[in-house]
Design a protein around this ligand. Sequence first.
Ligand SMILES: Cc1ncc(COP(=O)(O)O)c(C=O)c1O
Length: 367
Amino acid sequence: MEIRDTMLPVLGPKGGEEEINALHEVIESGWWGKGPKVAEFEKTFAEMVGAKYAVAVTSNSHGQDLVMKALGIRGRDIINPTISFIATAMIPLWNDCTSNIVDVDRRTLNLDPDDVKKHLKPDTDMMIVVNMAGVPAPIDEIREFYDGFILEDCAHSCYTEGAGLKGDAAVWSFQAVKTMPCGDGGMITTDDEALYTKLKDMTWFGVSSTWSRSQGASGKPGYAWDYEVDHVGYKCYMIDLQAAICLEQMKKLPDNLAFRRHIQERYNDELSEFIETPVWSDTVQYYCSRVPKEHRDSLIDYLADKKIHTSVHFKPLHKYEVLKQNREYPVADDEWLKLISLPVHNRMVEDDIDYVIHWVREYFNKL
Ligand SMILES: Cc1ncc(COP(=O)(O)O)c(C=O)c1O
């Protein structure tokens, strides 16, 4: 097979006329900030997830931070998994908390309930539980011995049936390479009305939205310019330009996920004699295959030569200097050296899948 001219990215967003038209409509409307599109997106997203409330924010990371701030969690212990994006271990540090990083289950790469139990502390106030690559985390098992706050990180599970409903709140990501991207954006969902009410105003300095105040919220005609502020707030609300893209991406989500699952199926079927295939994921946020350690880096280089980008999801977080812990991680330290993520995204076409399969097979056949 001939080597292609252009690089095949490992991840990437796909938009089209629908997103362009939606952006055009918002630009023409004269209301670019947080307004009717955000309200519509919050409502439809909450319905999809089956949560009572949704608050749209600038990112999953800001969403996690805001939940900690709304709950007043400061200087406490927060448990999170070592196989994850750095956000989940670093955000506790933004709030002067200890990031108590635990080991993962060998097969799912989700946090391991036994290790959680072992490292639970009297001041553990929150657990950030990631559905790694879209595979549901063992929240039921954790609930058997922990009744504190569980923040379900659904950055990779948009959307699998039941995701976001087992924790006390869930955070979602619409960052550029996620399954429903808008460039950058996030959502917090919860059934807790008091938490929701607090979160909503905290996205903008504790001030209620200008959109609602322009819609006669005061009961008087005209723009209600005055507002009360009784708690500290931040600036992390989603704007209509982002929500307009998300709403279009949401309509395309079923087809986009079906195609991602098709890629997963083809890799599973046609590469399983060479690679350890990942646990089935309904979102296939990443296709985290595993190969023998001695081949991982050379396969990455080999595929790069063939113009195929791959990645590693993820280098264990306890390996970063800023997050160093004083303990052993036998599973993550062993498994991560085998991890290689193959391209999965909605810009791919059937020829791209053939191309990846061909060169992975070639690599192993030539050994
Ligand atoms: C597990 C996990 N949590 C949180 C984030 C952060 O999401 P965002 O970029 O929307 O802040 C990511 C980003 O990739 C992630 O993978």
